[in-house]
Design a protein around this ligand. Sequence first.
Ligand SMILES: [Mg+2]
Length: 311
Amino acid sequence: MDRIRSIRVIPLIRKLEQVFEGSTYRIVSRNTLFVRVETEQGVKGEAFGGDEDIYQEKVVRVANEFLAPRLIGEELQPVEKLWEKMFSTQGLPFHNRSIHTLDMVNHAILMQAIAIIDVGLWDTLGKSCGKPLAEFWGGSRNSVPVVGIGGYYRPGGELELRQEIDRHLELGLAGIKLKVGRCTVKEDIRRVEFIRKNFPKDFVIACDANQAWTFGQASQFARGVKDLGVEWLEEPLRWFDQMEGMKRLRQVTNIPIVAGQGEISSWGCRDLILNGCVDILNVDATIAGGITEWRKIASFAHLIPFAGCDS
Ligand SMILES: [Mg+2]
């Protein structure tokens, strides 16, 4: 069996000419990580992932200085065993103050560092077997409908939204994942009404609040758009009310509730499922420990009748 010779994670940053904003964030640059893995038999895996900004440097340092050296010389397969080795790494430079609830950033840095190496390992394994990973994992679809993320509250209002969606249609996209939560709830309802009224009936509208709302605001929005065919409502509630709040929200609306993008592990996703907080999980593999962790989450979600996983 082939062994790992080297792993290198490289940060990439592109300053944007135009800043864009969602409900709870502002993007001034696009960041990502690139990973290159090489084996002793000369197989080269390459992948990119993640969009961390302020902690990018720390993620790269943990990946290159603490995780990668532990894997050099190890057999490439099974990747799950390599994942466990990374996950059990001790002595990371986080200066833990033993105030565990304040350590979430550190945990998130570790999981992103694991993630970027993990996706590189899977790419390497796929290449060494001569198969695309989708095929390697038994995937049977040749295509999936794609929605474009949009509605970033540009100054042009409805005119700009119309132009944006015209472009989505030109590109053959199935719909839009509309940013909501930055303006008033009433204005956001009007934006959804505008799209539903002015574009084809089968144009998919999903809404993503990026954890902007209180329970009251989220339920007001859900009531306001209940007849507008919203496909799902993503991360509706603020960061501190993910469990009980979303569980209650699911009881007052038929719109499927989505979360998981803010989770960094399979355990967090397990809790969302077992507590009845979500209809669909939208886990980001580059945040939540990579493809190895994502596959565990997807398998678990598949077994639960009220939850799915939007692979
Ligand atoms: Mg989202």
